[in-house]
Write a protein that binds this ligand. Structure first.
Ligand code: HEM
Length: 354
């Protein structure tokens, strides 16, 4: 590999992995939208990729789901055929995760064997792989929480780490892919002041996405369907009704919706300031296009959020979720283009690529 030009094969492989993570968000979002997250109460990480082969196998899986409070409270009249329709997206989503694991580890072994990747990079990628495995484990415990009496939907206490870790893995894979493709940072004149803005924007986007997933998980999208006020108030009256108080930040519908609105507004302002500053730098068309994409995607995100809330339409909520990942990806790409202005990052990235 020549560090100056980068290894496009390895970089493209990592871009495919990032796209597969996006695919997982698509699949996971669909499972959540149809309320099927608790359907498959069995986890065999390696050999569980096949759906039940016989009617008896399906009946066994259905019997497990029948033990959940969700089944007893919401779907007591569900038939086996209806259960299968609910379980299939789950099975496919998990298989997508398995495929992603194979698509990661097999090429990693081959590239390592071909000496296309350095020791440091191998350790880093193995670390990302382990983070992916931890993500799957947290996901399983979230599904398993269905067995707790009275639990009708995934607990925010599992959902929050599941979501944040997924986004961190996405950021790490995308950043590494871009760095492998362009290992030597290009100095973009006059862009130093942009770094803190874009770093803050990435943190804010992830925090906003987290609160958004709490909105979806707690069903807070079905209450306070007015904007900008929440049924005539800036903040809901019962915002601190749950005990302990901190639980309101994760599980009180009004509070999580309020924090999502506030964070989304701050995030959108910060992202737009960063994007406008980026557009003012005299640089290449490619870089300008990236900043333009960032500004457009975040504006669209805000509009989709308001529309999802006011209309209550699942399809708009779903587009809002997918577009959030695009906003994050665009922000990472912008941040990556100006990384050359930091000598420490420039040194670390160049070393990792050697
Ligand atoms: C930078 C801005 C924003 C980002 C990054 C963002 C991100 C997200 C994410 C990731 C979700 C989770 C979707 C899921 O798990 O299904 C979500 C849900 C949601 N967001 Fe936002 N959001 C933003 C702005 C807004 C705004 C301004 C509103 C309007 C008040 C809003 C309202 C909602 C609603 C209602 C949901 C639940 C959608 C559903 O489940 O149908 N969002 N958001």
């Amino acid at each position: 590999m020549t560090p100056k030009t980068g290894d496009h094969l390895v970089g493209n492989w990592l871009l495919v992995i990032a796209a597969m993570i996006f695919g997982m968000v698509v699949g996971g979002g669909h499972v959540r939208t149809i309320g099927a997250g608790f359907a498959v109460q069995i986890w065999k990480p390696v050999f569980g990729f096949l759906p039940p082969a016989s009617d008896a196998g399906w009946k066994y899986l259905f019997a497990l789901y029948q033990k959940t409070s969700q089944f007893q409270a919401l779907h007591p009249a569900m038939t086996l055929t209806q259960f299968k329709a609910m379980a299939w997206p789950n099975i496919l989503d998990r298989d997508w995760g398995r495929l992603m694991g194979i698509a990661f580890i097999v090429p990693l072994a081959v590239f390592r064997w071909q000496r296309r990747i350095s020791d440091r990079m191998t350790i880093w990628l193995l670390f990302i792989f382990l983070a992916g495995a931890a993500e799957a484990t947290i996901g399983w415990y979230m599904v398993r929480s269905a067995m707790s009496p009275g639990n009708l939907s995934p607990s925010p206490l599992w959902l929050a780490p599941h979501f944040v870790l997924a986004m961190m893995v996405f950021c790490a894979v995308l950043w590494t892919a871009l760095s492998v493709r362009n290992p030597v940072p290009v100095l973009v004149e006059g862009s130093a002041h942009l770094r803190p803005w874009l770093t803050a924007a990435i943190v804010l986007i992830i925090a906003t996405m987290l609160t958004g997933s709490l909105v979806a998980a707690t069903g807070a999208n079905r209450v306070y369907n007015t904007f900008p006020l929440m049924n005539g108030h800036v903040m809901p009256k019962n915002a601190w009704a749950l005990h302990p108080v901190w639980l309101n930040l994760l599980a009180n519908q009004g509070t999580v919706q309020f924090e999502h609105r506030v964070l989304a507004t701050i995030t959108t302002v910060v992202v737009l300031i960063a994007a406008v500053q980026g557009l003012r730098i005299p640089t290449s068309t490619r870089v300008r296009d990236l900043f333009l994409l960032l500004a457009m995607s975040v504006s669209l995100q805000y509009i989709l959020g308001m529309t999802a809330l006011i209309s209550g339409m699942n399809s708009i909520g779903y587009s809002h979720e997918l577009n959030a990942v695009l906003v994050l990806a665009a922000c990472i790409a912008c941040r990556h283009t100006v990384r050359g202005t930091n000598p420490i990052i420039r040194y670390l990235v160049t070393k990792a690529a050697e």
